[in-house]
Design a protein around this ligand. Structure first.
Ligand SMILES: CC1=C(CCC(=O)O)c2cc3nc(cc4[nH]c(cc5[nH]c(cc1n2)c(C)c5CCC(=O)O)c(CCC(=O)O)c4C)C(CCC(=O)O)=C3C
Ligand SMILES: [Fe+2]
Length: 363
């Protein structure tokens, strides 16, 4: 018998969006930063990162490939649901997708967001975007956001294997002593303080993933590699504190302290976004090279079949919950499986605390 996805009759992949050609870059950056007070110089700099890649972000192609993989996975499991895709900042925009879903007769969809952790930027802002899309479309389906999955085995296990593979890529004589630099997107300190139901969840959740990966790597190699959680892609005004240390400063410090090598493990990113291909592969690897510090970058989960299957697992788990059945929730490490509906007041919007959002305990 095929698994039962009811009450869902569709899946919606929700993502950030990115430019696809040079003319898209400025309007994309305007979409992302409207009302955010990002300094002009920072925008020009980030624009250059995109132009260096022909004005094309890797993120949309990653999502197209993920959609194809997800459709195949669901079909293979006998789950006959359409899978849609909508973005916050670029075509296909969420509102257009939700309009199409309504036209197709979708009544209730499970939403998988390409962002695994708590924080305003990585969780609530997507919930606001879902609210807005539903509010704009007459007859819109009900949209449920699948729970955060940073500690789902389908997200963590690919990171373990990627770390082992990146360690294996280091020269033999430096591998044993290599440091692991777990990298995620920096956010303002205040945004981290407000993240999750109990403050500081963004950093806590990353720490739990880091600890689990370090332990599983130890089980495979017999080595508990020294490690740290570090940050990339700092934005905002210089006087506003954001999470530190920056990955480049961390590499310089490791080198000064005599570390023989480093593996960067981008646990903050689901696939190879611009932050990964520019901030890590271009900038941070150049920093390491200049320092003479052997460095490799572990792969993101991307199209790993375990991540694709995790979407199916989360869909079926949530479907069972909505039908009133008991479920076992997969999770690894010290942080328990997350809530289905975000607690009231978690990850508040720093500029508009009253802005409505879907998928909360109060919506
Ligand atoms: C936590 C977090 C994630 C991870 C969760 C998630 O995945 O959502 C994330 C993802 C992404 N961020 C992205 C791009 C950008 N983020 C910016 C700006 C900002 N990001 C922030 C945070 C995050 N961002 C914040 C607090 C700002 C300041 C402005 C604001 O308060 O909103 C800017 C403006 C320029 C700049 O200042 O850097 C750009 C261009 C892309 C697309 C990449 C591609 O094209 O592949 C992706 C996936
Ligand atoms: Fe960002």
């Amino acid at each position: 018998m095929s698994p039962d996805p009811s009450p869902y009759d569709a899946v919606l992949l929700v993502s950030f969006g990115g430019p696809e050609k040079p003319e898209d870059v400025v309007p994309f950056l305007e979409n992302v930063t409207r009302g955010r007070g990002i300094p002009r110089e920072r925008l020009e700099e980030v624009g250059q990162h995109y132009y260096a890649f022909g004005g094309r972000s890797p993120i949309n192609d990653q999502n197209r490939a993920f959609l194809a993989a997800l459709r195949e996975d669901l079909a293979g499991a006998g789950i006959d649901l359409p899978v849609y895709w909508g973005n916050r900042n670029w075509d296909p925009y969420l509102t257009d997708t939700v309009r199409q879903m309504a036209a197709d007769g979708v009544t209730r969809a499970a939403c998988f967001v390409t962002s695994a952790y708590s924080s305003y930027s990585s969780c609530r802002q997507y919930r606001e975007n879902l609210y807005d899309a539903v509010a704009e479309v007459p007859g819109a389906p009900v949209l449920d956001k699948l729970r955060l999955y940073f500690n789902h085995p389908g997200f963590v296990e690919p990171a373990v294997d990627a770390t082992l593979a990146a360690l294996a890529d280091l020269p033999d004589d430096v591998r044993e002593g290599a440091h692991l630099a777990f990298v995620t997107h920096s956010i303002p300190d205040a945004m981290n303080d407000g993240s999750g139901p109990e403050s500081g969840a963004y950093v806590e959740q990353h720490r739990s993933v880091m600890t689990e990966v370090v332990e599983r790597v130890r089980q495979e190699t017999g080595r508990r590699h020294p490690h740290a959680l570090v940050y990339c892609s700092r934005s905002g005004a210089p006087h506003v504190p954001w999470l530190e240390p920056d990955v480049n400063d961390h590499l310089a410090q490791l080198h000064a302290d005599g570390a023989p090598a480093v593996v960067m493990v981008p646990i903050g990113f689901v696939s190879d976004h611009m932050e990964v291909v520019y901030d890590l592969d271009t900038e941070a690897l150049a920093t390491a090279e200049k320092l003479g510090l052997p460095a490799t970058r572990a792969a993101t989960a991307g199209l790993d079949p375990r991540l694709v299957a995790a979407v199916r697992d989360l869909l079926l788990e949530r479907a069972a919950v909505e039908r009133g059945e008991d479920v076992a929730r997969a999770s690894v490490g010290g942080y328990p499986a997350c809530w289905d509906r975000c607690p009231v007041g978690c990850c508040p919007n720093p500029r508009a605390p009253e802005r409505p959002a879907l998928a909360g305990a109060d919506t």
